[in-house]
Design a protein around this ligand. Structure first.
Ligand code: KQY
Length: 382
């Protein structure tokens, strides 16, 4: 039997930890920080889609695309897929054996938002932050009710990995934040200051939570997210760090498109800011696809249910090339069969010359309200 070592908040065994413990401190107090997505990963977590009132045709087309995304990421790092009990057999038949299947119940399949945000320290120990969640706005504009299974996803992921957990008492989805791993965080006012998230917290109190749980010093507030984004403007659809000091911004040259003003405002705020290290931020633009809209056939394939936001034909889709996943040595990015696809892929290749860029035709994920970044969550590694 391995010798016991007693730490401040939990017991660990030499070599292997015995279980996931809940910690009474914060990552900042313990010297843990959220790494940039471009730093090394141990694995990628995803959740299997199934709800027929969000994914058309009983979620079969979405399951095919989630499987392609998982396979593309698994070229670069291990992938674990959380699957509900009654979908295990379907998932086993759809996923190659290298994708690990883990039993996790959830209300939908947005691991970015319901999974833990991982933090690590200088000794490469990893822990997870478990945020509060209310389905993107609760009863005041949220996407579905109830969300009782979603609120357990982060805990289940960390339990599976025997990773210690910080419980943060603030409603926050992982898609609402990006960090550079060097003390800077970007987010949007539209989402984090929305009265349907944390109406009792001031902007300063929200900043303090971010500083404490992600160990950042500088928060750059963008205004609105992508036009018609049902998450109330998640930053992960609008702008991301490509490396410290550099961001990629969703853009349009069409001055008549409502997106133009939103992207110009984000550009102005970013160009007027310096990051935590005092650097001016270099901004790369990537032109949006479309605009793209939901078709009648697509909408008819989605079951209409009470307590679930309807997906109607003609709805503008919040399509963005920024919603990609950075894997170890790779990028997995959405494509839309759109005239802008080629230039978007070239742009991303030029920004990540050391990584292999894989494009996945991802309209099925977009129809569900997000994209590749929203359905993935990186667990940092060495
Ligand atoms: O932006 C994301 N991180 C998630 C999108 C979730 C949409 C819910 N239908």
């Amino acid at each position: 039997m391995a010798a016991k070592m007693y730490c401040r908040h939990h017991v660990i065994f030499e070599g292997k930890k015995s279980m996931s413990r809940i910690l009474g401190t914060t990552p900042r107090q313990d010297g843990f920080r959220m790494p940039g997505e471009f730093e090394p990963h141990e694995k990628c977590w995803m959740l299997w889609p199934e709800r027929p009132d969000n994914w058309r045709l009983n979620a079969v087309p979405a399951q095919n695309v989630f499987s392609l995304v998982a396979q593309a990421i698994s070229r670069f790092e291990p992938v674990a897929m959380g699957v509900s009990k009654h979908q295990i057999e379907t998932a086993q038949n759809s996923l190659p054996s290298e994708i690990e299947i883990v039993h996790i119940e959830s209300d939908d399949s947005w691991m970015r938002d319901t999974g833990p945000t991982f933090v690590k320290n200088d000794s490469n120990e990893v822990r997870g932050v478990d945020w509060d969640f209310n389905a993107w706005g609760g009863l005041n504009g949220g996407i579905y009710f109830p969300w009782d299974k979603d609120i357990c996803v982060a805990k289940e992921v960390l339990k599976h990995g025997k990773i210690d957990r910080y419980k943060a008492c603030i409603i926050l989805e992982g898609g609402a934040i990006h960090t550079d791993g060097e003390g800077t965080l970007i987010t949007t006012e539209e989402c984090l200051l929305n009265p349907n998230r944390n109406p009792d917290l001031s902007k300063t109190q929200i900043e303090n939570h971010l500083k404490e749980y992600l160990n950042v010093e500088k928060i750059i507030w963008l205004g609105k997210g992508v036009f018609m984004d049902e998450t109330d403007g998640h930053v992960d659809n609008l702008c991301c760090f490509t490396r410290p000091g550099e961001v990629l911004l969703h853009w349009t040259d069409d001055k008549t498109d409502p997106q133009y003003e939103i992207s110009c405002d984000a550009f102005d705020r970013l160009s007027g800011s310096v990051d935590a290290k005092g650097r001016k931020i270099k901004i790369h633009k990537i032109h949006q696809p479309g605009p793209l809209y939901m078709t009648e056939a697509e909408s008819l394939g989605i079951e209409k249910k009470p307590n679930v936001a309807p997906r109607n034909d003609g709805n503008r889709l919040a399509a963005s090339y920024v919603n990609f996943y950075i894997a170890n040595n790779g990028i997995v990015m959405p494509l839309f069969d759109d005239p802008h696809d080629k230039a978007a892929m070239e742009k991303i290749k030029s920004l990540f010359p050391e990584r292999i860029v894989v494009g996945i035709y991802a309209r099925e994920i977009l129809l569900g309200g997000g994209n590749i970044h929203c359905i993935t969550q990186q667990q940092p590694g060495v």
